[in-house]
Design a binder for this molecule. Structure first.
Ligand SMILES: *Cc1c(COP(=O)(O)O)cnc(C)c1O
Length: 408
């Protein structure tokens, strides 16, 4: 009998984005001809930049000629790209890693979901609340929790981000084995300082825990005083895995390319070096056949001097959108967080409204779609997330519509 996986059955239904789509469609049916302005999903909108696009065109030319055609590459990724990443960390962050510590993937989401497979089913997992849903859902499906209790899952340790702690929680006050951190944070836009990360690294070293650090938005950090990589913290190469992606800085959300760093030096719970690196290598070479070679050619170009300059321009564009959103909302008296070293503005719902109440109000009155904070976890209640991913003209129309139709 092909019984279903009971751990998968624990995943709470009503995933956030389908519910947003349902309410948006229902509104459109009631208001035919009116346009909705979308500041909801975190999906890039601006074109792939010329130097990076040219490198991918060139790769297609090579593939179109039998004398330069290549098929499967290394599952761990093109050695040139792994070396380019190593050099990039050294050059920009003064972080020394080995090229073989880098594993190229089809994006950070897959790695964030899959990395739990190399840890024990009995591992105690800490996640921040609110958080990117993948960390939670992959560990629920991986059997590390009890049932959904109507608020959250039994068995997880939730680290709450609230305005009192600047949405950066402290390490747990109990033992855990795995800790998921995301900085700059999706959804809150909060960024961990050096001392915030030092506290987590020293906790992990003491408790023999592993930190999974999601740095997908590291290029959005423009102010000094914030680490771009967890390996800028002493001791992190003994206790941290870092996940990153070309999605948000090179516009590769559709191209698909990311990487994970599982250093050879990282220690397992029993204090052994090399085993986590070896298991991730085993996992990737067994269950993954490598990222697209066209995407990887784009990745190599994105890490060159020209590519870095283009990515910077792209990120500047979204950061300016974020500034416009934040200033517009603050002009209405709405309290905002994030949007400075992050593409996301985390806005406090006015007048004590819940996340979904403010969502409905923004949709009804201003025709603007946002993401309800409560969809990222119970501590997100009372907030909504504005995304800066959009064409400038659409962002400005949305902000103008909010200014005209909502009284803060
Ligand atoms: C967008 C995003 C990613 C990137 O995912 P890809 O699969 O590389 O597109 C990773 N982590 C977070 C928190 C994100 O918001």
């Amino acid at each position: 009998m092909a019984d279903v996986n009971p751990d998968f059955m624990k995943l709470a239904s009503g995933y956030l984005f389908p519910e947003i789509a349902r309410r948006t469609r229902a509104w459109q049916d009631r208001n035919p001809g009116l346009e909705v302005l979308r500041l909801g999903i975190g999906n890039t909108t601006e074109a792939i930049t010329p130097y990076i696009a040219k490198a991918m065109h060139h790769k297609i030319d090579l593939l179109s000629d039998r004398s330069t055609y290549t098929g499967y590459g290394d599952e761990q990724g093109d050695s040139e790209l792994r070396e380019a990443l190593r050099a990039f960390y050294q050059r920009e962050y003064s972080v020394s890693l080995k090229a073989t510590d880098f594993f190229i993937s089809d994006g950070a989401k897959s790695d964030a979901a899959n990395i739990q497979e190399i840890f024990s089913r009995n591992a105690i997992v800490a996640v921040t609340d609110p958080s990117y849903p993948v960390y939670v859902d992959s560990n629920v499906a991986g059997g590390r929790t009890g049932e959904y209790n109507g608020v959250n899952y039994d068995g997880f340790v939730y680290l709450e981000g609230r305005k009192e702690n600047g949405f950066v929680p402290s390490p747990p006050d109990c033992h855990v084995d795995l800790i998921y951190l995301c900085s700059p944070n999706n959804p809150t836009g909060a960024v961990c300082s050096y001392s915030d990360l030092e506290a987590f690294v020293s906790y992990a070293l003491r408790e023999k825990a592993v930190i999974i650090f999601d740095a997908a938005y590291s290029d959005y950090i423009r102010q000094d005083g914030y680490p771009h990589s967890i390996y800028e913290i002493d001791g992190a190469s003994l206790c941290a895995i870092e996940i990153n992606s070309f999605s948000k800085n090179a516009g590769f959300t559709g191209v698909r390319l990311g990487w994970s760093i599982v250093p050879e030096t990282i220690l397992s719970g029993s204090g052994e070096a090399g085993v986590l690196h070896r298991l991730w290598n085993r996992r990737q070479t067994t269950f993954f056949n490598g990222a697209s070679n066209i995407a990887q050619a784009g990745g190599i170009a994105a890490l060159s001097e020209e590519g870095r300059a283009e990515c910077r321009g792209l990120v500047d564009y979204y950061l300016e959108n974020a500034r416009i959103i934040r200033e517009g909302l603050e002009g209405l008296g709405i309290t905002c967080f994030g949007g400075i070293n992050s593409p996301y503005v985390w806005a406090c719902c006015p007048c004590g409204m819940t996340s979904w109440q403010f969502f409905d109000l923004l949709l009804d009155k201003a025709h603007v779609v946002v993401t309800p904070g409560s969809g990222f976890g119970p501590a997100g209640e009372g907030y909504v997330r504005f995304s800066s991913y959009g064409h400038r003209e659409d962002i400005m129309r949305a902000v103008d519509s909010i200014k005209e139709n909502i009284n803060g």
